[in-house]
Design a protein around this ligand. Sequence first.
Ligand code: MN
Ligand code: MN
Length: 470
Amino acid sequence: MVKKSKGQELAENILTNRKSLPEESPKSFRDADEFCEGYKEFLSYKTEREVVDYVLPILEEHGYREYARGSKLKAGSKFYKVNRNKTILMCTKGKRPVSEGVRVTVAHIDSPRLDFKPHPLFEDGAMAYFKTHYYGGIKKYQWTTIPLSIRGVVYTKKGETVKVRIGEEDDEPAFLITDLLPHLAQNQMRKGASEVIEGEQMNLLIGSLPYEDDKVKERVKLAIMKILNDKYGITEDDFETAELCAVPAFKPRDLGLDRSMIAAYGQDDSSCAYAEFMAELDTKNPEYTTVTIFADKEETGSDGVTGMRSFFFRDFIEDLAQDEGAEVRDVMRNSVCLSCDVSAGFDPAFPDVMERNNCCFMNMGPCLAKYDGSRGKYSTNDASAEMMDYVISIFRDAGVRWQIGELGKIDLGGGGTIASEISIHSIDTVDIGVPVLSMHAPIEVTAKMDVYMLYKAIRAVYESKKAKAF
Ligand code: MN
Ligand code: MN
């Protein structure tokens, strides 16, 4: 072995030395690859309702039971609580009383999409359409001329509940939003990108055959409504009591010749949700009670009864506290939370938006964000040095790899996450998440090793015996 020079040795000891995960341990790609087979399946559940429906039987299989107030919970027992079919809290009871704090992770299971308007169906140009209202921050032009599927639920006048999922399978029809031909797009191409396609042009093309009776008007609309009526038993009025949306119809798949990445819709924030979910399932007999949260409405500001700004979470913690004769405020104060949400990965096509010393790279592990917000750290959850030390020391001891970065250059924008909705309860919270390319696009990109390492990071926190001393 060649002896290291004095400078080399010194640099090793006192300078940060970042290596990518595949550089550091190429063999562990196999584990990440295997882990991500389950992740790809998870990704095919594309709305918050579908994710909750998907995880419930898995939880039951793993011995989780629905939480009831007043339960006498033994250490190691597993339980869950669903909020309005859209969010879920999953827990493993710790050995210590909840008054000593719980270990929370929260990811959101809503993703940007195209919700239907309450009166969606119309006919124009001898074609039928559904009118949509986009949900979350999207570049609208990205959502035209791609296959979309329709998902959701309808409550009919007859008192039936109809779950809709069409356009995903190869033998099902797809739907799409049209765009203008380049030949006539002179004016369109001069517009700013946010106006290239406008909200009111986001109409889903769903049919073109007229109903065979020239005595009625809007015959294509009637024919389409008849198909819906025959298949689902719904009438046009029933759209008023429906929650329907269109999502990209692409299947999650491996990306790259080396299959090291995943291309799929909804990885913000399903990559974090899946990592949380697997860590929760795999955690047995933790020291502190785990509270694994799948949240809704993050993409629109966390408002509403299923958003993290609702009191649902607090009430649940209060129930756990009361079961043990503890005060909710003590539980909160002694708790820590990983707010698990994706971060922007460095993209060589857009290097200008990043500050290279403080941004996240693909395959470098989950990205801790000490703070988020925008400009002068407005609306930020700025994790304290004590909290950073708590989390990083757990990672270090458990062999977890992480990186730290900001979302992008200071003056370019920014964004908040759920972290603020947790820290408002007096829970020390820090953001962590998988680096993503093309965030909020119909297909987003992650690296398998990052998703897997986030799972390990969460598991390390769940399984740590380290008391919170700050
Ligand atoms: Mn997110
Ligand atoms: Mn997002």
